[in-house]
Design a protein around this ligand. Structure first.
Ligand SMILES: [Zn+2]
Length: 125
């Protein structure tokens, strides 16, 4: 089974598709999964959410996802910029991360849940 099959089961996005995963060296072993926009899916403005014509594409960026078997997982995606009629040139909105965060929202929630559990354990002692 491929890692992208798992990703599509747990977190499928309408306008983006996962590519194959590969093992990389990034402060030790890591898994990197390329993400690309679905063909003819247009970018949404991160400022106002409207669909706008493309402007350019930024260099690919890593977003940290929930680790698999203790191996860090990164989504690799080159964000598009658009010239929005309301906001000017803005970076697109992506469903897996908000703002300029390096963590995906899924991983941030995962960590927050663990932090809550750990503090409950500490109080229970
Ligand atoms: Zn906008």
């Amino acid at each position: 089974m491929q890692v992208k099959t798992i990703l599509n089961r747990i977190q499928r996005h309408q306008s983006f598709v996962y590519g194959p995963a590969r093992l990389i060296q990034h402060q030790g072993l890591a898994l990197e999964v390329k993400v690309r926009p679905r063909a003819n899916a247009r970018a949404k403005c991160s400022g106002c959410g409207s669909v706008a014509p493309g402007y350019d594409t930024l260099p690919a960026r890593r977003f940290e996802f929930v680790p698999l078997w203790g191996i860090p997982v990164f989504l690799l995606y080159a964000m598009r910029r658009m010239s929005c009629p309301n906001c000017g040139v803005r970076v697109e909105a992506v469903p897996w991360s908000s703002g300029k965060h390096q963590l995906t929202d899924t991983y941030a929630w995962y960590l927050a849940r663990w932090a809550r559990r750990l503090s409950a354990v500490a109080v229970g002692r």
